[in-house]
Structures are given as C-alpha cells and as structure tokens.
Design a protein around this ligand. Structure first.
Ligand SMILES: [Zn+2]
Length: 246
C-alpha cells in the first residue's frame, strides 16, 4: 500500500515539474506520455505480482530461519480435492486450503473432513470470476463476505488469498475493513501449466528455502501423484511442514 502511494506521489510530482519547467527548459509535454506508460507498467506489475506488496502487504513467506515450509492449495473444494487430502493425510502433512465459496455447496462433508484432519482454511472469494478485479468496491467486498460466511461454519479464519493472486486498491480496502490478512507465496509451482510431474517436482525442490509458502492447486487430477513423490523428497532435504500462524 505504501509503495502504491509513494509511486503515485512520485509520478504526480513528475507532472507538476513538467508543467512548471516545460517553458524554462523547453521540455515537450509529450514526455507526459512515456511517463504515464511507465506508471501503468509499475501499476500492472504491482497488481500481478503479489510478492511485491504493492497494493496490499501480504504474508509471502514464514518469518523463520528453520527449515519449515507451508503447502497451500487454491480453488477447491472440488471432487479432486478429496484425493489430495487423502494423500496429505497418508503422509501426515497438514496444509492450507484457499477455498472458493461457490464450490462449497454440496461439499459440506468434505469441509468437515478438512476441519477434522486439522488442515487450515482461507477465503479465496465466492465467485473467483476473472471480472472480480474490475468490479466496484462494494461488489468485491460482498463477494469476499459471501465466502467468509460459508467458511465461518467450519473455522474462524482471517486468511485471504486474492483470486489469481491479483491485488488492487479495492481489494485492499475490502480486506482491511473485514480484518482479513492477505496470504501470498514465494514459490510458484506453475502446476497448472507444467504437466510433467518430474519437471514440476524439480521446479519446486529447486526453490525450497526456510519459510517457503508454496502455491499449488488441489483441482488438478495429477496433484495426489505429485504429492506422493514430492512430500518424501521435501522431507529428505531436512524440511518439515508447517501451517500459518493465526
Ligand atoms: Zn485461484
């Protein structure tokens, strides 16, 4: 948030200087265009890369030097999520699930199981629509509240992961008003695009570091198989699995 306002101030100052000095130093007003383009690029990068903490300060890693990591799964609960949880339970691993509100209906039993097995839950919006980032503030907030109300039947969570990891000032206002905490990641697996399990596993293992928060998706049919290989490999490297501090 601070970064967003610093950038705004800096760019407005640029326009003020251009306005005052364009005569004196013969600077063309056309310089306003690349200046605007640069501002837009920074804005979009800040919105897209949650780790930059541009609009919202997110928790992108655990503050620890110990070899602890967190597995996070987005977009459930879906039928595929059940096998993911079975696999985690088989290996004795607890993880964090960022759930989409509209997927919860009809999967109440699964939600109960998540709770009973000690996994953590977080809000991933009700609709997870692409248009979410363009909606007016009130609609963004209502969508987040709708998911939160469903989650409250199972847990008392303050964790929120923005759909697509995209943030903007409207999301910042909504989560501040609702007292939610944005959770990002610092290991992006690209599990939705890399289908080769060995490659995917290598990509994740290469990025392991103390406090890592790993982004995964429980809607993928190959996720249980990946976890079956990945979890022992992570442990072999001396890492243990942790949850988020409340
Ligand atoms: Zn998502």
């Amino acid at each position: 948030m601070l970064k967003f306002w610093i950038t705004n101030t800096f760019f407005i100052a640029g326009y003020v200087l251009l306005f005052y000095y364009h005569d004196q130093y013969d600077i063309s007003y056309w310089w306003g265009l690349p200046w605007m383009l640069l501002y837009s690029l920074i804005y979009f990068a800040g919105s897209y890369f949650i780790g930059l903490n541009y609009h919202v300060k997110s928790l992108n890693r655990l503050r620890t030097k110990e070899k602890k990591i967190v597995l996070t799964f987005d977009d459930g609960p879906l039928p595929e999520s059940e096998r993911v949880v079975e696999m985690l339970n088989k290996h004795g691993v607890k993880a964090v699930f960022f759930l989409i509100g509209k997927n919860i209906e009809g999967r109440e039993h699964f939600m109960q199981q998540l709770k009973e097995h000690g996994h953590q839950m977080g809000n991933h919006s009700f609709s997870h629509r692409v248009a979410f980032d363009f909606w007016p503030s009130a609609q963004v907030e209502a969508d987040i509240v709708q998911c939160q109300q469903l989650l409250e039947k199972y847990c008392d969570t303050k964790f929120f992961r923005p759909p697509f990891g995209v943030t903007n000032p409207k999301i910042r206002r909504a989560i501040n008003r609702l007292g939610l905490r944005s959770i990002g990641w610092n290991v992006r697996s690209y599990d939705t695009s890399i289908r080769d399990l060995d490659k995917l596993q290598q990509r994740i293992l290469k990025q392991l570091k103390p406090g890592a928060i790993i982004l995964l998706h429980d809607r993928l049919t190959y996720m249980p198989e990946l976890l079956d290989q990945l979890i022992p490999e992570i442990r072999r490297r001396g890492y243990s699995f942790s949850l988020l501090d409340k």
